[in-house]
Each structure stands twice: as structure tokens, then as C-alpha cells.
Design a protein around this ligand. Structure first.
Ligand code: ADP
Ligand code: MG
Length: 289
């Protein structure tokens, strides 16, 4: 019978760490023809490392100390990377006070009697703290697929820090598999367009960049108008995006997967399992018909 074959597919999937919350989800997953991915931690390893520090005055240590003081009050993956790098370099720093996250843009804190910011170059530009010299350097770093954080005070740029988050080992093969299934893959990211283009290009996939958290939801809503869309994310920061897609799937290792806002999960934390999930859903529906 129909329910029995769905039940056996669900349990066969579960044995491979592919979870779907029931028959209606399998049915929708079988129709998916476009998959959107969060970039950080989903397509990439999610552990950025500092690669370059630049100061217009030639004082890289001061830039790092200032940035570390601000990032000490942030839990963003970029903040952890800056702190780890400063520690490795033995940088002494003063921790800022009243740190505040500016979603999709960066973080600010009180440091030495003024507000210091660490955030996207776009945000530095909005705040009037960008220089033509810095802009040229930033664009070159971004074209290498690096994410750049600008360190600045009111109207004055102190320096820039570039970070690199490597694509997952299996990401390029995973995108190839999806293409074979006739499925479009689109990266969604808050990062700038140049960085996104470099990473998406290396994975032969499409991208939408410079998205604020609400923009990710709008992008998915727009794509669902012409496609059946599956969204893959970590389930924590991406809860609204997962809920907006036709099928929202959380990816992570076992217990830290947030399933509440998702229709399914990939427990082995492999981006290659997305194609496996679609094949399972398609095969299940083909059996029924
Ligand atoms: P993503 O969608 O790629 O996870 P986020 O929305 O988390 O990106 O952040 C968008 C951009 O804002 C980052 O690429 C970075 O430039 C900037 N940003 C956000 N938080 C921080 C931080 N704590 N330190 C430095 N830059 C930050
Ligand atoms: Mg993020």
C-alpha cells in the first residue's frame, strides 16, 4: 500500500542519516528542481581563518589589537577566527565594552573612549569610513574568495582583515550530482558579490550575495514562484529561510541539528547527501505511481 512504501522509504533514509518528516514532505522533495544553500558552514567548512591584515599606517598589530577588542564581544564565526589569530600572534588587547551585533553588517564596541566597528566593507562605506586605497585592496582580496572585515572608527578606517573559509571537500562533486538530476543550485550569502562569485564559480553554481537575513527569505519566496525549492542550512541562523522554502532541510552532525523549523535533516553533515535525499524521494514517488 501507499503508506507502507512511504514508511519503508522513510526508515531506509533514516538509516543513512536522511530524515524527512513524513509523506507530504517526501512528495514535495520529489518535485524539487532548485536547491538553495546557506554558504557559511553549509557549502564551506564554516571555520574561517585570517589570511591577511593590512593597515594604511603599516601597523598591522594595532589593527589586530583593535579588531580583537571588538570581536571579543561577538560570537560570529569571523570573530572566533580573529581572536584565534590574535592569540597565535601573541597580540595584547583591551576588551571593548557594550559590544553590539549589527545583523548582516558587523559588530561595534566601546574601546578607548570611542566606538570601534568591525564589519563588512559595505558597512564601512555606509558609515563614511572607506578610502580609495583600502577599497582597491579589499576588492583584490575578495576576488580571491576571501571575506574582508573592515576595522574602523567614526569616519576613519584603521585597517582591514581578510579571512578564508574553504569550501567543503565534497561540495563541488555535490553540485555536479545535482546538475545531473536537473536541479539548479543557488548559494545565498550575506558576503559580498566578489567573494560569493569566486566561491560559487569554483563550485559551478549560481549565487545571490549581499543578502541581509530578511533578504534570504525574500530571495527564496521569489524563487518558489517558479520552482519547487529546497533550502539547506544549519537550522539555527537559517530558521526563517528553512520555513519559507517548499522543503527546509537542516544539515549538521547528529544532535546539534535544529529540527524544529525544518522539514528534514541531513545528520551525516555531508552536502553530498542532498542529491541522495532527492533520489530517495523521487524513487519513493515513482514506486507509488
Ligand atoms: P553569511 O550570510 O555569509 O553567514 P552574515 O550575515 O553572518 O554572513 O554576515 C555578513 C557580513 O557581515 C560578513 O561577511 C562580514 O563582512 C560582516 N560581519 C558580520 N558579523 C561580523 C563580525 N562579528 N566581524 C566581522 N564582520 C562581520
Ligand atoms: Mg551567518
Amino acid at each position: 500500500s501507499v503508506p507502507a512504501s512511504i514508511a519503508s522509504s522513510l526508515s531506509a533514509g533514516a538509516r543513512r542519516g536522511l530524515l524527512l518528516k513524513g509523506g507530504a514532505v517526501i512528495e514535495a522533495a520529489a518535485r524539487v528542481n532548485l536547491v538553495t544553500f546557506d554558504k557559511t558552514g553549509t557549502l564551506t567548512v564554516g571555520r574561517p581563518v585570517v589570511t591577511d591584515v593590512w593597515s594604511p599606517e603599516g601597523d598591522e598589530k594595532a589593527v589586530l589589537a583593535l579588531a580583537t577588542g571588538v570581536e571579543a564581544g561577538s560570537s560570529h564565526p569571523l570573530a572566533e577566527a580573529v581572536l584565534a589569530h590574535a592569540e597565535g600572534q601573541g597580540i595584547a588587547f583591551e576588551a571593548g565594552r557594550d559590544a553590539r551585533a549589527i545583523p548582516g553588517r558587523g559588530v561595534e564596541a566601546q574601546l578607548g573612549g570611542e566606538i570601534v566597528f568591525v564589519g563588512s566593507p559595505r558597512y564601512a562605506e555606509e558609515r563614511g569610513a572607506m578610502t580609495p586605497d583600502a577599497k582597491a585592496r579589499i576588492e583584490a582580496l575578495e576576488a580571491e574568495g576571501k571575506t574582508v572585515a573592515a576595522v574602523f572608527r567614526a569616519n576613519a578606517l584603521s585597517g582591514v582583515i581578510a579571512l578564508r573559509d574553504e569550501p567543503r571537500e565534497d561540495a563541488a562533486a555535490a553540485m555536479h550530482d545535482l546538475r545531473e538530476l536537473g536541479v539548479r543550485s543557488v548559494m545565498l550569502t550575506g558576503d559580498n558579490a566578489r567573494t560569493a562569485e569566486a566561491i560559487a564559480g569554483s563550485l559551478s553554481m549560481e549565487y545571490r550575495a549581499e543578502l541581509l537575513p530578511d533578504d534570504k527569505v525574500s530571495a527564496i519566496r521569489e524563487l518558489t514562484a517558479g520552482h519547487t525549492v529546497m533550502m539547506i542550512g544549519d537550522g539555527i541562523n537559517d530558521a526563517p529561510a528553512l520555513a519559507t522554502a517548499d522543503v527546509g532541510v537542516a544539515m549538521g552532525s547528529g544532535t546539534d541539528v535544529a529540527l524544529e523549523s525544518a522539514d528534514g535533516a541531513l545528520l551525516r553533515n555531508r552536502v553530498g547527501d542532498v542529491a541522495g535525499l532527492l533520489r530517495l524521494a523521487r524513487a519513493t514517488m515513482a514506486n507509488i505511481r
